[in-house]
Design a protein around this ligand. Structure first.
Ligand code: BTN
Length: 239
């Protein structure tokens, strides 16, 4: 594996995307201490001060573009496993890929891709983990850091190594056996299961009871009109 490390960068995501076509092998990682233009899903700003783990990883999976969202789901599963099994922190997953601790966000994942027709050229997965960084006060209610949860300094190099180790295992199993083998673990760790939630799909707001994901990684909501399968969106908590 190759790691490109920066003290300060605009965004590891932007950086890796600009070189992704030229890099043949998957696994290259761009990591930075500080991002001056870190961003998240829906182009939202991502607070990336010193002490957090901010990195992007290049993948070249043999997938169709419509299957790439499954990758984001298995990355969140890998992160959730690391938090739970390596750090003893009881996190769970907010569909599709936020890692929460007691309702506050410890980590976010962003997946960008380049595709032509039915072929995926590359996927750049951006992962932001609040580790020892001090969160700005406007984020304190909705975000949390691993250091704050454990009340101690957490080594970022070790955290990255642990993530890569767990992810490699999950990614290999995904390539070999597909996504379905992860559905149970995902649903066992999903927040708001069997609760009424609202999803903003970007087009409209769908409300229903959260039945978890199906074998394609779609979220199933039980609505008055019947079951709805949602491919992409953001949970905006219901009642
Ligand atoms: C989200 O929850 O909206 C996703 C946040 C992703 C943040 C990471 S930090 C490393 C990489 N570089 C970026 O600019 N964003 C991602």
């Amino acid at each position: 594996k190759k790691l490109l490390y920066y003290k300060k960068i605009n965004s590891t995501q932007t950086k890796l995307k600009t070189i992704a076509d030229a890099v043949a092998r998957e696994g290259v990682i761009v990591c930075a201490d500080v991002q001056t233009g870190g961003y998240g899903r829906m182009k939202r700003e991502w607070s990336s001060s010193n002490g957090g783990l901010w990195f992007s990883m290049l993948l070249k999976p043999a997938l169709r573009p419509d299957e790439v969202s499954k990758l984001a789901l298995i990355i969140s599963l890998a992160l959730n496993r690391v938090f739970k099994q390596k750090y003893g922190v009881k996190t769970n997953i907010k569909w599709p890929n936020d890692i929460l601790f007691k309702g506050r966000k410890a980590s976010g994942i962003l997946v960008d891709m380049s595709a032509e027709q039915d072929i995926v050229n590359w996927v750049v997965a951006g992962i932001g983990i609040n580790v020892n960084n001090v969160l700005p006060k406007e984020l304190k209610n909705i975000s949390v850091s691993l250091g704050e949860i454990l009340n101690k300094f957490v080594g970022r190099a070790q955290l990255l190594a642990q993530f890569l180790c767990v992810f490699d295992e999950i990614y290999a199993a995904f390539k070999k056996s597909g996504f379905k083998i992860f559905v149970k673990e995902y649903n066992d760790n999903i927040v708001f299961i069997n609760e009424s939630i609202k999803i903003d799909t970007g087009f409209d707001i769908i409300e229903g009871v959260n039945l978890g994901i199906d074998g394609d990684g779609k979220l199933i909501l039980k609505t008055p009109k019947g079951l709805e399968k949602i491919t992409a969106g953001t949970v905006v908590k219901g009642k």
